[in-house]
Write a protein that binds this ligand. Structure first.
Ligand SMILES: *Cc1c(COP(=O)(O)O)cnc(C)c1O
Length: 357
């Protein structure tokens, strides 16, 4: 089967070197070797997130980590910021776990603004906020810094951030922003296969988890922390992906360099967004375009499905719009280990297929 280069917002391309690391012989998850791997990931993840917080490794995809945040971290009531499919999912997760919550919902092409969050928190009803930093379904980046600055003013309100399609591609300074939980999976900007999720968790979140009535075993922070202290996970983790995560973090921090990696993502975003504005339009409101993927408004009424079929003849693949936005939009991911040349190549082929000049 011929490989199609993935310009999709998850899963993303995995480098040849990483594919090789994934075939490292298995080690036992209760061995000293595993604990060394665990500690190494701890140390590097803290650098990537500019934090002193504990790093948890989940043997589940990001959605599990999202679930764990609200299960362990809400005592009173949660405010779920909603402006896309993944933030809506977080609201549903909160509801389905029987946790008190409200949605702060805006149109999907609009960003959540700090004033809206402030107005809600002023009621004093909430002790937690969930925010999807980069809404992958609509290619929109919410103003994380400004929102975090608001949330920080309320002493007992915790901030949980889904950074699934941003972590490893965009700078996130967890401690400076005061993020209590910042979570992601590996199949987006890390450029690794799906499997585990990672998250930073604050000291006060670990404290609160002790007081919240237990709602889960698999996602119980008290149990996870107990094993964390031995540099282990409570359940058998996806060990190949953790080998790859350790190697990829090494590459990000010591070879490519974090600043360079973030700059490369900005550069790729700029190239795609200039192209999108020239031939189509961009779905999210101006100023909030994502730096890791672009959601393009299908103003030319092309068949996105057919475009993708044509692209596959060139061994490339992009994504249709998400859910209700299918065919009305399409998404080009510029995340992970793709480079500007890859992106320019893709756009040239699209121009050729659509006979754009
Ligand atoms: C991909 C994605 C998820 C879901 O991740 P899974 O690994 O499928 O659980 C959640 N949030 C955002 C913003 C995403 O991009």
């Amino acid at each position: 089967m011929r490989h199609h280069k993935l310009f999709t917002p998850g899963p993303t391309e995995v480098r040849e070197e990483m594919l090789q690391v994934l075939s490292t012989p298995q080690i036992h998850h209760r061995s000293k070797e595993f604990s060394q791997l665990y500690d190494s990931i701890q140390e590097k993840m803290k650098k990537l997130l500019y934090t002193e917080n504990t790093i948890f490794v989940f043997a589940s995809s990001s959605t599990g980590a999202m679930e764990s945040a609200v299960i362990n971290g809400v005592k009173k009531k949660c405010l779920n910021c909603v402006n896309g499919a993944f933030s809506k999912r977080w609201h549903q997760i909160t509801q389905m776990n029987g946790i008190e919550c409200d949605a702060l919902e805006v149109e999907w092409n609009k960003a959540i603004k700090p004033e809206m969050v402030k107005e809600k928190l002023d009621t004093g009803e909430y002790d937690a906020v969930t925010l999807v930093f980069n809404e992958t379904s609509v290619g929109l980046m919410n103003p994380l810094k400004e929102i975090a600055n608001v949330v920080r003013r309320y002493d007992d309100v915790f901030l949980f951030v889904d950074a699934v399609s941003a972590m490893g591609g965009v700078k996130i300074e967890v401690d400076k922003l005061g993020i209590d939980m910042c979570l992601a999976g590996l199949q987006k900007c890390f450029g690794l296969p799906s499997g585990p999720a990672v998250a930073s968790v604050s000291e006060r979140l670990l404290e609160r988890a002790k007081e919240v009535p237990s709602r889960s075993y698999y996602f119980n922070f008290n149990i996870m922390y107990k094993y964390h202290q031995r540099s282990q996970t409570p359940v058998t983790p996806p060990i190949p992906q953790l080998f790859a995560l350790d190697a990829q973090l090494d590459y990000i921090i010591n070879e490519e360099g974090m600043e360079k990696r973030f700059a490369r993502h900005e550069k790729m975003a700029k190239v795609v967004q200039e192209w999108a504005r020239k031939y189509f339009d961009i779905y999210p409101e101006k100023g909030y375009e994502s730096k890791t993927l672009t959601c393009i408004k299908n103003t030319r009424n092309i068949s996105v499905k057919e475009l993708n079929e044509e692209l596959m003849k060139y061994h490339m693949r992009i994504s249709n719009g998400y859910g209700p936005l299918k065919e009305q939009t399409f998404r080009i991911a510029h995340m992970g280990d793709l480079n500007v040349q890859d992106i320019k190549g893709l756009l040239a082929v699209i121009n050729d297929i659509l006979q754009l000049e």
